[in-house]
Design a protein around this ligand. Structure first.
Ligand code: ATP
Ligand code: MG
Ligand code: MG
Length: 351
């Protein structure tokens, strides 16, 4: 049988490996950390650093195709792997999504609505950006941010100094605050044959920058939901993408504004494990392994709740709820803000 390589050993890698096993594939995980969520379920764990060219080559030679569960993989590591074996999705999606400024420019050039934005490297460029965009705004590091990390809110121009200090010298981007009615995401997939399939849009609630719940269906007029899916389709096609991609959107009075894209399976798609025939993990494995896409139709209304940090202490109570489908990541230590697992609850049949 074929072997799927997964770069990164977190919970997304773990759930990809579980889906791959269901399809009869073997998995190799490449992850520097020893006891990581994906290593518990993958067939092989290459425990080495992302700058270890020799280990990367051995890893690539053990795999038929390589995918990833996070977007910040060093370019040199990708080069080393790609000399031996295909990487799916391809390099273009990674290049664009590794840098918020590149990503915003690319989305805008595709004709999609994004928040007003400007690059910020120092106090002077921040002042110029605030003059143009106005407050409230959000300053974000261009690279490596996730779960709201590397962001500073600017309520009034007086906050500029503190916000810039929070970037700690890293290149940043200023985004105008989008006053949204709700946040949604579309989990889309594109096969090697170019076929596109999207899951229904979910409605996302964040707390302290971290995804708290995803609810299906999103409370949207049908036409808006269709818009969101079509936007995801345009992005997938423009990238010549293979695999699953998450698109985060703001719903505003004047239409949909794209917040960001993630070239991988996405936390807001976890509901698909218990709410759709084929879930996002299987869909991704199917796509990168060159299989036809599956039927991602939603059969149930759902609420996905993340278990973050101390939430895990509620496990005994959650386990007594017969309607709660529990997904734990096997992490030993519950640190604040750390995603320990999630719970999917069916709230009824899909309309
Ligand atoms: P993720 O974990 O989803 O990758 P992230 O750290 O990349 O998150 P963003 O998605 O950019 O961060 O921002 C986190 C949240 O902050 C958004 O989901 C949204 O609630 C809020 N937010 C971000 N940018 C804006 C904006 N321009 N206007 C209004 N709210 C915003
Ligand atoms: Mg992000
Ligand atoms: Mg986000």
């Amino acid at each position: 049988g074929a072997t799927l390589g997964i770069l990164g050993g977190g919970q997304l890698g773990r759930m990809l490996a579980m889906a791959a096993a269901r399809l009869g594939l073997k998995t190799c995980v490449f992850e520097p950390a020893g006891d990581c969520p994906a290593s518990h379920v993958a067939n092989h764990h290459f425990r080495a650093a992302f700058d270890d060219a020799e280990a990367l080559t051995r890893f690539a030679d053990a795999c038929d195709v390589v995918t990833f569960e996070f977007e910040n993989i060093p370019t040199a590591a990708l080069d080393a792997i790609e000399r031996r074996v295909p990487i799916r999705p391809g390099r273009e999606a990674l290049r664009i999504s590794q840098d918020r400024l590149t990503e915003k420019n690319w989305l805008r050039d595709l004709g999609l609505a994004v928040a007003p934005f400007a690059p910020v490297d120092d106090a002077e460029s921040l002042r110029a950006a605030l003059d143009r965009i106005g407050a409230p705004a959000i300053l974000k590091t261009r690279r490596f941010g996730y779960d709201g990390k590397g962001q500073a809110r600017i309520a009034t121009p007086d906050d500029a100094g503190a916000a810039l200090a929070a970037m700690a010298g890293a290149p940043a981007i200023l985004e105008g605050h989008v006053s949204f009615a709700r946040e949604i995401s579309v989990i889309g997939a594109r096969g090697l044959d170019g076929a596109v399939a999207c899951f229904d849009p979910g409605e996302n609630l964040h707390e302290g920058g971290i995804l708290r719940t995803t609810t299906l269906p999103a409370a949207l007029p049908h036409a808006r939901a269709t818009d969101a899916v079509l936007i995801a389709g345009r992005i997938l096609t423009a990238l010549d993408y293979v695999g699953v991609l998450g698109v985060e959107l703001f719903v505003t009075d004047t239409g949909l504004v794209v917040n960001e894209i993630a070239p991988r399976v996405h936390n807001s798609g976890h509901w698909t494990q218990d709410g759709a025939t084929i879930d996002q993990f299987e869909q991704h494995v199917r796509a990168v392994a060159g299989w036809p896409l599956g039927d991602g139709r939603r059969h149930s209304d759902m609420v996905m709740e993340n278990l973050i940090g101390d939430d895990i202490a509620r496990l005994p109570e959650i386990a007594r709820d017969p309607a709660a489908a529990i997904h734990l990541y096997g992490k030993a230590e519950a640190r604040p803000g750390r995603k320990m697992g999630h719970v999917n609850r069916r709230t009824g049949p899909a309309a």
